[in-house]
Design a protein around this ligand. Structure first.
Ligand code: PEP
Length: 263
């Protein structure tokens, strides 16, 4: 069964960008585009992941949009609750600030900040226990793809979290498949390759939980307006995690529109 009846998600990952004034302008431009031509919430859910110190100001800006736009944290602490952990932001503190979504396992965190599987398990567990929805990122390197290991690597990354997610909590998981070689490079997986991996992911998750059949599976890796329509047409691609193109309101809007129109 394909996931084509799943309401798509389009999430902008702003990474370590932009400066405050530009962020404000970006949100204003997006709100204006949505006002001129609305994208119904039932057609596409939209989220924005700003830098941590801007979560609340962006959330406040988004409140005056003509539809709900979720504010998404880019990361969460491996430590739960509160305490003497300098520099950390826990899942409970995010929840306390009305942040309901968090990215976990982005390849940049895995590569540059030591987010190994045991640490990601703690982050996933903390986020779920605090009631957050986790957008869990998976993806293979170019070398792994060329060695024919892509599916094995991605399925292992999903199996890694299975030990800390209980039966009900799978409802609070969204998977983002982001081949590392496609992130920020301008290279996108072909729609056929992306669909094939998404079908593999759906089958793999469905062996763990029946929720796998209805779970949103997002694609990420140089998604832009020019390739969004084709990607959105794939039955198991239920949205996009967008980096670079989310820093331009019009590009981001068009990607959301592509998913809203196709599903
Ligand atoms: C990302 O960072 O999640 C991403 C997919 O980036 P980009 O769209 O720039 O490739």
């Amino acid at each position: 069964m394909s996931g084509s009846t799943i309401t798509p998600w389009v999430v902008g990952n702003w990474k370590m960008n932009p400066m405050q004034a530009d962020a404000k302008q970006l949100v204003q431009n997006l709100k204006k585009l949505l006002q001129d031509q609305e994208i119904a919430e039932s057609a596409c859910q939209i989220g924005i992941a700003p830098i941590s110190i801007a979560l609340q100001s962006i959330q406040a800006e988004l409140q005056s949009a003509n539809r709900h736009i979720a504010t998404v944290a880019q990361d969460v602490s491996r430590i739960a609750g509160t305490g003497a952990y300098t520099g950390e932001v826990s899942a409970e503190l995010l929840k306390d600030s009305q942040i309901e979504f968090v990215l976990v396992g982005h390849s940049e965190r895995r590569e540059f900040f030591g987010d190994a599987p045991n640490i990601l398990n703690e982050k996933v567990q903390n986020a779920l226990n605090a009631g957050l929805t986790v957008i869990y990122c998976v993806g293979e390197s170019l070398e792994q793809r060329e060695n024919g290991q892509a599916e094995q690597v991605v399925l292992q990354q999903i199996c890694d979290i299975a030990s800390v997610v209980n039966a009900q909590q799978w409802e609070k998981i969204v998977i983002a498949y982001e081949p590392i070689w496609a992130i920020g490079t301008g290279k996108t997986a072909s729609p056929a390759d992306a669909q094939a991996m998404h079908a593999t992911i759906r089958e793999g998750i469905s062996q763990i939980t029946p929720i796998g059949q209805t779970m949103a599976l997002l694609y990420g890796g140089s998604v832009k307006p020019e390739n969004a329509v084709e990607l959105a047409a794939c039955p198991d691609i239920n949205g996009a995690l967008v980096g670079g193109a989310s820093l331009n309101a019009e590009s981001f809007y068009k990607i959301a529109q592509a998913f809203a129109n196709t599903k």
